[in-house]
Design a protein around this ligand. Structure first.
Ligand code: KG4
Ligand code: ZN
Length: 360
């Protein structure tokens, strides 16, 4: 097992403030989370300005708490610097950079999606599992839906959504039904009581790609179906069988669409392991169907514990730990936050100076 740096991770890319400490073997010593969901719920989605202010309010106290509780030496700081809400990201990035500079601790910036990809390998209470040589990784969250091929050389995006993310579609359909925000968990719960075959919905088809996704047509068809049945704004308290059926059908169409490329991807890339991460990877149907499909090809499935599917700093710390082990680090004096997603090919980042620590 490679010995890595004991790492403090910071995640502030959206509406969760999270601070984690990972031991050298990637074991989670501490994973603190402060959710802002209640602050955003009245607005039916995340309000960027509120998100930044909340991160600013709680982050310093959480870092202090983490350092006090975990004790011992922190050898590396890892912080999400992309993609996400720019104001929210900046809070974490500047805080981590200041801490790195003041304490002469090396700093690594982490792509949030690399964090999600690392999460299935974390095992609470144990050392993290070593990455296999070939992993097919689905990341499905409120902002992203993509398949990746992970190898020791890096991660390559194989397919992505052309419009909405899967989680975004769950959130919008739930909003129209008056089920509150975020929609995924409540849809998951109510869909368990429904019969998907009672509400037929069209399956998305992209003529030019078998790996990309499109969720906006499916979302609109579900919303049309909700309106035609007079279910708009019904809310959970008044939800009946017809609400459960629409949700079961919608959920099943989303899951089918996410997993449709999997058989071909397995045949093409011969992975040792298939993973799913991001908030949507909590979904009961997705977890079950993924095991079934991969099982047909005798490929192992690795899923994060439910609390590690949504945004958290343990996954950021793990991705940072692995990046640092490959000899990369970032300069705290000029590290910036970047709102948009960008997948840097391996080798594009600046190699760390031989002496890790404060850049001069
Ligand atoms: O990874 P995450 O916490 O944040 C982003 O990076 O976006 O994912 C949040 C998304 C939300 O859209 C939420 O509705 C969805 O994950 N989600 C779910 C479930 N739990 C959370 N979607 C479907 N089923 C669930 N059980
Ligand atoms: Zn996320």
């Amino acid at each position: 097992m490679v010995s890595l740096a004991r790492t403090l991770g910071i995640e502030t890319s959206c509406d969760e403030t999270s601070v984690a400490v990972l031991g050298r073997a990637g074991e989670i010593e501490l994973n603190l989370l402060s959710s802002q969901i209640e602050r955003h719920a009245p607005h039916g989605g995340v309000v960027p300005e509120i998100a930044s202010r909340e991160h600013l309010r709680v982050l310093p106290g959480m870092v202090r708490e983490a350092l006090t509780e975990a004790g011992g030496e922190i050898e590396l700081l890892a912080v999400t610097n992309r993609p996400g809400l720019i104001g929210a990201l900046l809070v974490g990035v500047r805080f981590a950079a200041a801490l790195a500079w003041a304490r002469s601790i090396p700093l690594v910036a982490v792509d949030h999606l690399a964090g999600h990809q690392a999460s299935p390998f974390l095992r609470p209470g144990k050392a993290a599992r070593e990455s296999p040589s070939r992993t097919l990784a689905l990341v499905a969250s409120g902002g992203h839906s993509s398949w990746y091929l992970m190898t020791p050389d890096g991660s390559q995006q194989l397919g992505r959504t052309r419009d909405d993310a899967a989680g975004e579609a769950f959130d919008k359909v739930a909003k129209v039904l008056g089920l509150g925000y975020p929609g995924g968990p409540v849809v998951d719960r109510l869909a368990r009581r429904g019969d998907a075959s009672r509400v037929p919905l069209p399956r998305p088809r992209l003529k030019d790609s078998a790996v990309d996704f499109s969720f906006s047509g499916l979302k609109s068809a579900a919303i049309r179906s909700i309106r035609e049945r007079g279910l708009e704004g019904r809310g959970e308290a008044k939800a009946d069988q017809s609400v459960y059926d629409v949700l079961a059908s919608f959920e099943s169409a989303v899951v089918e669409h996410l997993l449709a490329p999997l058989p071909n991807l397995i045949e093409e890339h011969s992975p040792e392991v298939v993973t799913a991460s991001g908030g949507v990877a909590s979904n009961t149907l997705l977890r079950g169907r993924l095991r079934e499909v991969a099982g047909l090809f005798s490929v192992e499935v690795l899923l994060p514990n439910k609390e590690l599917t949504t945004d958290n700093a343990a996954m950021v710390a793990r991705a940072g730990q692995l990046t640092f082990a490959h000899g990369y680090q970032d300069d705290p004096r000029c590290l910036d936050a970047v709102g948009r997603a960008a997948w840097q090919p391996p080798g594009m980042r600046r190699k760390a100076q031989a002496s890790a620590g404060r850049a001069t």
